[in-house]
Design a protein around this ligand. Sequence first.
Ligand code: IMP
Ligand code: MG
Length: 417
Amino acid sequence: MSVSSTRFRTSVRRDEFIEWIKSLLLTPFVLHAHLQPAGDIDEPRARRYQRSLAIADARRRYATIWFDIEAVISDHRRHRRQRLQTPSKLQILVPTVGDFFTDLPLRDAFLLVDQYRFISARRFVSPSFNDIRHVLAVAQLLAHARSGGLKLATFDGDVTLYDHGQGIDPDSLVLPLLMELLKRNVVVCILTAAGYPDGVRYRERYHGMLAALRQSNVLTDVQKRNFCIMGAECNYLFRYCGGPSEIERIPESEWHLPEMRKWTEDECTRMLDVAQQVMEECIVLMKLPAEIIRKQRSVGMVPTVERLSRETLEEVVMACQRQLASQSFDVPWCAFNDCDVWADVGDKAIGARCLQNYLGGIPPEATIHVGDQFSAAAGNDFRTRTVGTTLWVTGPSETVEWLRLFSDMDENTGKKL
Ligand code: IMP
Ligand code: MG
């Protein structure tokens, strides 16, 4: 049997739920969207008319499937709620599927997404992973808009709010949208792997956001204080406080979960040493142009050239994960790659739970995490799926696009659709 490294990598990176939806949408595509007889009609207007009928037909068929998936998700939620012993239909069909904390109006979302991704009009390109990701995201936003119950929005930093290594400048397009969420009494938290215990780099990187908060006479002081930063996955919590220091570090005693009191420095060090050793070995064996950065709660392998290939980064992260998983530690950890590779103490699911708890018990259905790293194998946003609803973006422009859409939906109580 031969298993190539590429196949191994794709198989662990695949999102089975999305792949399952893709397979369902293939039937209308193959049977109805692709084989249109319109090409045989010579008269242009008649041909266009025939095509538009075919597009409407494909749209109706796709919409029906999305509506059926909606029902399967509702049934799955009922199973979980009632703690039924038998697996739900969805669980049988997609064994790796997790929890859904809200119903998802997928049919309505599809009709909206179809207007700008032209899914039903396509004859040669079938509904793709990204088409489905868009429908899921818009459905999640519609669900929040309709319930009006969103209380906590956490945002990954790099590649979600800004490009890698950047921050929130005064002219950032996402800034007014974050301010708008605060105005609606939603707590906005940057939930990032980047860890700076003294907060200096957060002040530098988020100077545009902090200046906007300082200057705003639209937001109340309470609303301004609803801007937080959870750094190093779940290790440092900062909150806007006004005054010259702008953000203050909140003492751990106020927000740590009981389970975190058992995380000793020795155990953190032991875990980080193991990860560091693997990274160092990779640098030597593969002759990688990279260096190690060690912090209190994390260790990273950062390229010393402009970039390392995705394959190289994934090789290193998977080597770290395998070595860490082969030992047991009294601290949770996560290892992921972006343009670099990091192993951190804790993860963003713990970070989000700390926030939910600290803010007085915000439930998962009132929480959303927006991030770019949702692949199961090496994404550090992935685990937030267990503690709240999520939005999977590919970069800051999608974050802006979807927050704008959400703002539009909300003004219309999400019912315009
Ligand atoms: P995020 O996307 O906001 O979670 O940030 C991830 C990026 O932050 C990584 O790819 C690193 O480039 C950077 N980073 C800086 N410090 C740390 C750290 O202590 N742990 C993990 N990532 C870090
Ligand atoms: Mg990111």
